[in-house]
Design a protein around this ligand. Structure first.
Ligand code: KMH
Ligand code: ZN
Length: 276
């Protein structure tokens, strides 16, 4: 089994300071949180930008500051969001890819997202994929429901997405697939050859799905974007606290944690956009 890649999803687009007082919002806060998570065992940080008032944005200048604040503090793979927040235009969402981060997310279909629709039309997905390819950015394919994996497989077979593919199974979004072992087993039974995968459980599903990711040879995403609690009724004190728990669990279960360069190798990443 490969070493375990831990992704820290630090901020997201939806969680507020009112819900989670330790939520990192400014580029500097995100940089500090990234360094704490890297020290705790994360090799990827998934980042979303916010305006100073906490509202989500895909402003390229803010993403540039985030990348600088992270990279001056630690070596970690920066994965920017192209999902942004529900209701943003595709152009807006795609803007920070031109900064050439090492990785970016690529959602593979539309899904009800709470009371909204997270819209990802085929032409837009294709445009996002082409832009990532042009900028040398490794896509992480976001799978919110099983049909999106079927779509990704069709596109991979036609050469419309680069191989080897890396998937993030986001499980437990209200409107998306349930966070159950059975659902994850189905996804793994459909995984294309050579692909790697990580799992992100939403809310109270974060820890159980992380445990399955460790046990079943995948990788794990944790952080405030997906879950703000350490346990029922107790807020987590930092993103790093959630990362450290996964690293401890992995050690108990005999799975070593990957350093950033090991993660790059496991994911088959060319180092074109890595910072020296
Ligand atoms: N904020 C969600 C609507 C991503 O980062 O690529 C979409 C999202 C996915 O967070
Ligand atoms: Zn995200």
């Amino acid at each position: 089994m490969d070493k375990l890649i831990i992704t820290a999803a630090l901020t997201g687009a939806e969680v507020t300071r009112q819900q989670q007082p330790a939520l990192p919002i400014t580029p500097e806060e995100i940089g500090i949180a990234a360094a704490e998570c890297a020290a705790a065992g994360a090799s990827i940080v998934h980042v979303h930008a916010r305006h100073p008032d906490g509202t989500p944005t895909q402003d390229k200048a803010i993403y540039q500051q985030i990348m600088a604040e992270v990279q001056k503090r630690c070596d970690v793979i920066v994965q920017i969001s192209t999902g942004g927040a529900v209701g943003m235009s595709p152009q807006e969402r795609l803007a920070p890819v031109s900064l050439k981060p090492e990785m970016a997310t690529l959602s593979m279909g539309s899904v009800n997202f709470g009371q909204d629709v997270f819209l990802n039309l085929p032409d837009d997905i294709a445009r996002f994929a082409a832009e990532m390819q042009a900028q040398g950015v490794k896509p992480e394919l976001e799978i919110f429901d099983s049909g999106m994996l079927a779509t990704a497989k069709r596109w991979l077979a036609k050469g419309q997405l680069p191989s080897p593919a890396h998937f993030d199974f986001v499980m437990g979004v209200p409107g998306g697939m349930a966070a159950t072992p059975q659902a994850l087993m189905y996804l793994l039974s459909e995984l294309p050859a050579g692909a790697t995968w990580t799992v992100a459980g939403i809310g109270s599903a974060q820890l159980p799905m992380a445990t399955l990711g460790i046990l079943w040879g995948g990788h794990v995403r944790v952080g405030f974007e997906d879950n703000i609690h350490y346990r029922k009724g107790e807020l987590a004190t930092s993103n790093a606290q959630l990362v450290a728990r996964v690293a401890r669990l992995a050690a108990e279960l005999g799975r070593a944690v990957a350093a950033p360069d090991e993660a790059r190798r496991i994911l088959g990443m060319t180092l074109v956009n890595a910072v020296a």
